[in-house]
Ligand binder design. Structure first.
Ligand code: GLN
Length: 404
């Protein structure tokens, strides 16, 4: 990270190339900066640091689904699946929502399989927004939502989640809605904070969506990574929200296969029709053999999910104790697999300097808190650690963090 400008972003373009840039750089890309999360993974490799930055597991995926993927390739499932997803996977997704949330989804008209939740989110936004429509986003938020909305030429309205329990102020939320609001993006359990919106909070949001004729686009990829007996409530199950919610989800986190890039979007038939159009021309479809394995994954027994959250809860507790021992003040996540830590107890200038010190001198990669804020100064006392890692990885980080 030596010589890195304070923003953490290294421009690829030399100043002499600026006239070329003026001619060829589309305005929609101008304000997009490289993902700091993904950059930190590259820097971790460069500095041989333990990667507690990007949220991907370093332990194996379940044997049954790896086997299913290998069998699908051996059986020559090598060509395009149906654009909106292989039927066995769509059926398995619908069956799982029915089993877990009593939610009836029509696999023929309400599901679109796509390349990860990342494609799902941007396909959903492209399908429902026109330039200058407003999108409400909680802050801090997962960094993709910023560029996603920029690529749609939508306007953003940010609403703060307030520490220590990361709730929103209903009045502040109301002020963010207007007749121009097209949708609100929700992520619960949330990245980077691990907050879980309870039914009352969801009802407040649902009320505003109905009053302002807006949609809720819900990133639910951490639905099964949830602690202390909390229960995930899909916004789509809240009264009045069945046809106003677009669920974005994926296999990545639940089945520890972030590199497979298999996700899905669930929405009422009219919304799905537009989402499928965007998806068709963006990517045609997710990897066919991995969709076949997805059908096996989505049919895993409930014990798999119980074990998953129990296991992550143990990793969370270990991570909290190791970070507190190292001197960080931590916010206790109730879901997802990240810990936001306050660095005020140390003498770092800001989160960037702290992350730089950790990666270069301590050998642990994290994500600077400012990358989750539109207003970077709001995150300057925070850094994010992810704990979806083997115990030996966490132990190594623990040993190194004592050097801080
Ligand atoms: N969701 C993960 C994180 O926040 C990574 C996602 C990604 O890089 N695509 O670290």
């Amino acid at each position: 990270m030596k010589g890195m400008p304070a923003s953490m972003h290294r421009p690829l373009v030399a100043p002499a190339d600026i006239p070329r840039r003026a001619r060829f750089q589309a305005r929609r890309t101008e304000n997009i900066v490289e993902s700091v999360i993904r950059e930190m993974t590259r820097l971790a490799a460069q500095h041989n640091a333990v990667n507690l930055a990007q949220g991907f597991p370093d332990f194996p995926a379940p044997e049954a689904i790896k086997q299913a993927a290998a069998e699908a390739i051996a059986a020559d499932v090598n060509q395009y699946a149906i654009t909106w997803g292989a039927k066995p996977l769509r059926d398995a997704i619908a069956a799982k929502y029915h089993r877990h949330y009593a939610l009836e989804l029509d696999p023929e008209r309400e599901l679109t399989v796509c390349c990860g939740a990342t494609e799902g989110m941007i396909a959903a936004l492209l399908a429902v927004t026109n330039p200058a429509d407003e999108i409400v986003i909680f802050e801090p938020h997962y960094e993709n939502y910023g560029p996603d909305t920029l690529l749609c030429s939508a306007e953003r309205r940010f609403v703060r989640l307030h520490p220590p329990d990361w709730r929103f102020d209903p009045e502040e939320l109301r002020r963010a809605f207007s007749p121009r609001t097209k949708a609100i993006i929700l992520n619960s359990p949330g990245n980077p904070l691990g907050q879980v919106f309870d039914r009352a909070q969801l009802e407040t949001i649902a009320g505003l969506c109905q009053e302002f004729d807006a949609l809720a686009i819900t990133d639910e990829i951490y639905e099964h990574i949830i602690y202390d007996g909390e229960k995930h409530v899909p916004m789509m199950t809240i009264p009045g929200m069945r046809d106003r919610t677009i669920i974005v989800n994926s296999m990545s986190k639940t089945y520890a296969v972030t590199g497979w890039r298999v996700g899905w979007v669930a929405a009422s038939p009219d919304l799905t029709e537009s989402i499928r159009k965007v998806h068709d021309f963006l990517t045609v479809g997710a990897a066919a053999p991995l969709q076949a394995a997805g059908a096996v994954a989505l049919a895993l027994p409930d014990s798999y999910y119980v074990e998953l959250s129990r296991d992550y809860q143990a990793r969370r507790d270990l991570t909290l104790s190791m970070l507190e021992r190292a001197g960080f003040r931590c916010f206790r996540p109730r879901g997802a697999y990240y810990v936001m830590a306050d660095i005020s107890t140390f003498n770092f200038e800001d989160d960037i300097q702290c992350a730089r010190h950790l990666i270069e001198q301590v050998g642990v990669a994290t994500v600077p808190g400012s990358s989750f804020f539109f207003h970077p100064e709001e995150g300057s006392r925070l850094i994010r650690f992810c704990f979806c890692k083997k115990y030996e990885t966490l132990k190594l980080a623990d040993e190194r963090l004592l050097r801080i």
